[in-house]
Write a protein that binds this ligand. Structure first.
Ligand SMILES: [Zn+2]
Ligand SMILES: [Zn+2]
Length: 270
């Protein structure tokens, strides 16, 4: 999960997302609209008898805040709660398993802030069943083939892997950038991204406010998407001053074609 604002638990329930699926929480920065729901969620996990470890990644100080709240309310967790505090101004790898790699995207905001880049790893090759059966290859070699190896038949013939497999589903990547002023220094980190979420608190008509508060406009978000050669852009974090969020899409589309609007409970498939 990325960020945990007030109301997160309500939204999880409303959207039927199982609490137990959440094992890693990435907090971009310590403004309330990005983490004031965290202590509530941490406590609820205890009530739900969670036993699985929970990992929280966020700016230095997040451990102190959560632990202080737990201590003064005489609360505790009956699961392992691990903090990974961030303070680097350079992009760094903060999580990796066999499926995904997570890197920070240092952002420019009023307090120390990171976006997060999620890089899926390429999966194993897909078995061409017709081909392997044709060569009467024993099933015990299937995993070896899926890992990309050639196969030597009993008669000594070597069968090249590309004859026995299809390319795996291409790995996708996703970048989450909120909150931030317009900042071209993130472009090398998110180059060729499949899906870019970029905040657009304001429209270009409020450009001065965006500059003052270190937020972005829809046009600026679209410019980052264009310059980083993103495939799709999702906008969000709209100021409540605007009644019609379609204006954000319109403005961004004048710069970059593939624009989607994030909203409460909305999900996207790519
Ligand atoms: Zn903020
Ligand atoms: Zn915010």
């Amino acid at each position: 999960m990325i960020d945990c604002a007030e109301g997160t638990q309500v939204q999880l329930r409303k959207n039927k997302i199982r609490f137990s699926k959440i094992n890693h929480i990435f907090i971009s920065h310590l403004h309330g609209d990005h983490f004031f729901g965290l202590i509530g969620l941490v406590s609820t996990f205890t009530l739900l008898n969670r036993t699985t470890d929970l990992h929280i990644y966020g700016p230095k100080g997040i451990q102190e805040i959560i632990k202080l709240q737990l201590r003064l309310s005489n609360s505790w967790t009956n699961y392992g709660l691990f903090f990974h505090e961030l303070e680097s101004k350079e992009s760094e790898v903060i999580f990796e398993d066999e499926k995904v790699l997570v890197k920070t995207i240092p952002l420019k905001h009023r307090v120390y802030t990171n976006g997060f880049l999620f890089q899926e790893k390429t999966g194993e090759r897909k078995l061409n069943l017709d081909a392997v059966q044709n060569y009467e290859i024993d099933t015990c070699y299937y995993q070896k083939i899926k890992n990309g190896n050639d196969i030597t038949l009993e008669d000594g013939r070597i069968i090249k892997n590309d004859e026995l497999t299809f390319d795996p589903i291409p790995a996708k990547n996703y970048a989450f950038c909120s909150d931030t002023a317009y900042d071209e220094s993130i472009i090398p980190i998110i180059k060729n991204i499949d899906v870019l979420y970029h905040e657009s608190t304001f429209l270009q008509s409020e450009e001065n406010l965006a500059k003052k508060t270190l937020h972005s406009t829809a046009k600026e978000a679209a410019t980052i998407a264009l310059k980083s050669n993103a495939k799709q852009l999702i906008l969000g974090h709209y100021s409540t001053r605007y009644e019609n969020i379609d204006l954000f899409k319109e403005e961004a589309k004048s710069i970059f074609p593939e624009v989607y609007l994030a909203n409460d409970g909305k999900s996207f498939e790519f």
